[in-house]
Design a protein around this ligand. Structure first.
Ligand code: DNO
Length: 378
């Protein structure tokens, strides 16, 4: 399970009682771009060991925006990244997760979506994002990216929302990075979006490949595996380019830098939002470079909306995914770390403050179900 560190309301003892032996974490308090010092890595590892578990997967070692844009101090941040990799390898870490999504990590328009059973889940509604973009954030020139019908529907959508719902949409969408309790301000996001205005998908891909050329040889020497997380949602948002959304994106990334250290974090919830992403088939075809599994389910509709469903129900065929994962591990005689990605806020957690998607009980339910599925398949 993922743990956000000592400030996480979910304790390590809770994670242990969920039946986990491994913990996924990161030094969230260190700003992106800075080196992760050996003492801090050791201290985090010590805490996890003291709770009877191991830290083997880093999620995430963030890539600074200057690296993604190739601006400012990008070169120095790459050197820092290399140094963090050295420090992590020295502490016995094996898998390093990262993403190359500009500005915002995952994005939802409603983080309190009430499920029929009363639990709360995360929802992405496309028209709500359009309304946010045009009328709340007021991104300059945003209207050029939408059709007249879409703009009218977005205006109507906003009109139908109460003031409270509008505030909620605003807050959900500007939510800060995972592991942070602070939301971005609109000005921060607008300024950051502006810096990507002239960077299209092709250029961003070039920047990713350059970054990989600089870090993968070092990771390979150190015996580390880098695992890129797909875009979430896997299509452009707020005018930002997306380059890790489809099977062909993943193939291109893997073949651009063909080292075994250049691999994937296979997130079924992110990739599953595109109906054409054949998850089990992708696992067959790309499996040898998958180093980390995020198992999450979603229910999507034809308009690009989706909500995070229970782990075993939804549009992701979790049985086929798990079966492929088991066959892959058997074929290659290795074990791939996996975690239940997100969970509904439910039971006692409804009265607690939790990180969206990362309350304890919902993830425990997901983990238990996935584990049962895995045992059955085995
Ligand atoms: C969402 C997570 C992502 C992931 C990063 C990896 O809950 O799966 O935020 O940690 O994208 O860099």
């Amino acid at each position: 399970m993922r743990w956000f560190g000592p400030g996480d309301p979910v304790r390590l003892s809770d994670i242990r009682q969920a039946g986990c032996s491994g913990v996924v974490t990161a030094l969230h308090h260190i700003p992106p771009g800075n080196v992760w010092p050996p003492e801090e890595i050791d201290e985090r590892r010590r805490l996890i060991r003291a709770a009877g578990m191991e830290w083997t997967v880093v999620e995430s070692l963030p890539v600074h925006e200057d690296i993604k844009r190739q601006t400012g101090n990008g070169k120095r941040y790459i050197q820092n990244y290399q140094e963090s990799l050295r420090n992590l390898a020295a502490a016995g870490l094996q898998v390093i997760t990262y993403n190359f999504m500009p500005v915002l990590d995952w994005l939802r328009t409603d983080i309190h979506y009430r499920m029929p059973d009363g639990s709360l889940g995360l929802y992405f509604r496309k028209i709500a994002l359009v309304a946010f973009d045009l009328f709340l954030l007021k991104r300059p020139d945003a209207e050029k990216e939408y059709g007249a019908g879409e703009i009218a529907r977005a205006a109507q959508h906003l009109k139908n929302m109460s003031a409270e719902e509008q505030t909620d949409l605003y807050r959900s969408t500007l939510l800060g990075l995972p592991g942070s309790k602070e939301a971005f301000t609109a000005t921060q996001v607008l300024n950051a979006l502006e810096t990507y205005r002239h960077i299209d998908a092709k250029e961003l891909k070039g920047h990713l490949f350059y970054f990989l050329e600089q870090v993968i040889p070092i990771a390979e020497q150190l015996g580390l595996k880098l695992a890129i997380h797909p875009d979430d949602p896997p299509f452009p948002v707020l005018g930002l380019p997306r380059i890790v959304s489809t099977e062909s994106d993943l193939k291109e990334i893997l073949s651009a830098i063909p080292s075994p250290a250049n691999g994937l974090c296979f997130c079924t919830g992110s990739l599953g939002v595109r109906a054409e992403n054949d998850l089990a088939g992708m696992m067959q075809r790309l499996g040898s470079r998958i180093y980390f599994l995020h198992l999450r389910n979603i229910t999507r509709d034809a308009d690009g909306n989706f909500y995070e469903a229970d782990h075993l129900s939804g549009d992701v065929d979790m049985y086929s995914v798990m079966k492929e994962a088991k066959m892959l591990m058997r074929r290659e005689n290795r074990s791939i770390p996996m975690r239940p990605d997100h969970g509904h806020q439910m039971l006692d957690d409804l009265n607690k403050e939790t990180y969206p998607g990362y309350s304890a009980i919902g993830r425990l339910r997901g983990l238990a179900e996935l584990r049962g599925l895995e045992a059955g398949i085995t």
